[in-house]
Design a protein around this ligand. Sequence first.
Ligand code: ADP
Ligand code: AMP
Length: 215
Amino acid sequence: MKLILLGPPGAGKGTQAKMLMDRFGIPQISTGDILRAAVKDGTPMGLKAKSFMDAGGLVPDEVVVGIVRERLQKADCAKGFILDGFPRTVLQADALKESLLALGKDLDAVVSLDVDVEALVERLTGRRTCRDCGRGFHVKFDPPLVSGKCDTCGGDLLQRDDDQELTIRHRLEVYSEQTSPLVDYYRSAGLLTAVDGMQEIGVVQDQVLRSLQAG
Ligand code: ADP
Ligand code: AMP
């Protein structure tokens, strides 16, 4: 299964990707996670990406295209992969097409998650992530059993620096300007299925799975 999850920040891509990863035994490739790890480790790529991420803008195409090109060549992608947060521009989508062609692979599906802007803001301001294992929660929609602690490993739950309302609203504008054209891009390619992402996490999951089986 070679899949893209498309949708604005907060649509639930990471939440759904983790469930699909467990179910199909294929890796989630989140460019946001890879970039945050590079920033944390202070690598040259992380240093280059940090200012763009802090401001809620996009990291330059050549940086993320290079990350994904390398990642797709790893052995664990042989059975498939779930791209989460990539591509985000038409240039990235064209570059992905080339990378896959070079590897003799093809996308199976692009699932877009549709969520209203105000719901996205509420989801992102309430998002919390475990510092140790990366599991995601939401203070209202997916709360941990013990406030501030991860159900899986007991680690501290943190709020991302870019999940502040002003930065969130900027990220949503960037999505609408630079990433939303990809909906038509993949619809024209006959790969797109749209899922109503406003429903509960489990319902969205069922519909994503159903759309993959139908495809
Ligand atoms: P993305 O990866 O698209 O930015 P996430 O998967 O991190 O989004 O989800 C953003 C926040 O919204 C998280 O706190 C998550 O727990 C919560 N969330 C995800 N899906 C839903 C949903 N269907 N309903 C309510 N909250 C959700
Ligand atoms: P995310 O975790 O997907 O919300 O991404 C967090 C931030 O990482 C974004 O706001 C961008 O600054 C950067 N980023 C992640 N993926 C990409 C991408 N495909 N292209 C450009 N920037 C990206």
